[in-house]
Design a protein around this ligand. Sequence first.
Ligand SMILES: Nc1ncnc2c1ncn2[C@@H]1O[C@H](COP(=O)(O)OP(=O)(O)O)[C@@H](O)[C@H]1O
Ligand SMILES: [Mg+2]
Length: 356
Amino acid sequence: MGNCWFKNLSIRRVSSSLKIESPQVQSPREEKEKEISKLPSNAKEVEDLRKEAAGNPLETFTFSELKLITADFKNSVGIGGFGRVYAGFITENLKKGLQPQRVAVKVHDAENSFQGHREWLAEVIFLGQLSHPNLVKLIGYCCEDEHRVLVYEFMDKGNVESLLFSRALGCLPWGIRMKIAFDAAKGLAFLHDAEKPIIYRDFKTSNILLDNDYNAKLSDFGLAKNGPVGDISHVSTRIMGTCGYAAPEYLKTGHLTAMSDVYSFGVVLLEFLTGKRSLDKCRPAGEQTLVDWAGPYLTKRQRVFAIVDPKLGKNYPEKAAQRVAWLASHCLNHNLKARPLMRDVVVSLESLQVAV
Ligand SMILES: Nc1ncnc2c1ncn2[C@@H]1O[C@H](COP(=O)(O)OP(=O)(O)O)[C@@H](O)[C@H]1O
Ligand SMILES: [Mg+2]
């Protein structure tokens, strides 16, 4: 994929997408190191913190156990900003009480260690507390010396980005797109409606994973944040996210709300509708940012068909496509207060489900 430039934003590259981080609100390196050195940084401190949060039981793995599980990190199944993900298998006798199972092992690339430790800890804390059919299950972690590793249930069909945009894999059918959107919306609604609401902050197709039956689960909680509570309307953060998906008001101010996730959800709905990536510098000028290009077509019922993914041919219900376009435009509203709540998006998508 080409480059992406946001005015005044420094950018770091992750797989086929680009993450952004605002320098204006970013502390100098020493401050950042100091701030991160306050975070729990050894296995005992991490487990103590987790106990306070009354989390799910998680396994702690040694690095040599992970070598066994992954046959010495032989089979890489993915890569992101954090590092590589490897396929592995936990055999019967590896650990007492742990079922034999396939796992995915995400290994932090130590070159990026400051940001990495914080992201690793966010995943351990959030995924270690949460349990929902549309969130990937964290089985355990490794925090030994400089190693920071996460061990998840294995998701056989990998990420949605690869399936939706791969030429080799053919066309992802309309019904499956709608099922994935519905499942992912349920995952986000669960986070937003939790007793202590959580903002996911990096919603995009490469962070939605699929099992063998196309059940979709959100993974990658490295950027997740506790949402505002009480009368507070937003949390202020460093601007982190991915170009093409992040909400405009968040990019401008760093003010994060659950509505930032709703905007990103709207972008993903557009990707399902059009079969085009949220951002692609290889497209002609004016078409590179999906939201800008598709926006004018979304609210005129008859114009919607002009932007439906040509790979679908006639294999999609026209009324449903119009409703998806309308829902996407609602999620992408520049006025964040006019965007729908994720629980309402779930209801809308439920009525668009078809047998797959
Ligand atoms: N549990 C899993 N099962 C199968 N593949 C996975 C799993 N977790 C991650 N992957 C693959 O690795 C890629 C990167 O994982 P992700 O958690 O998004 O890492 P990062 O934090 O570096 O972005 C995913 O897009 C997916 O292809
Ligand atoms: Mg990711």
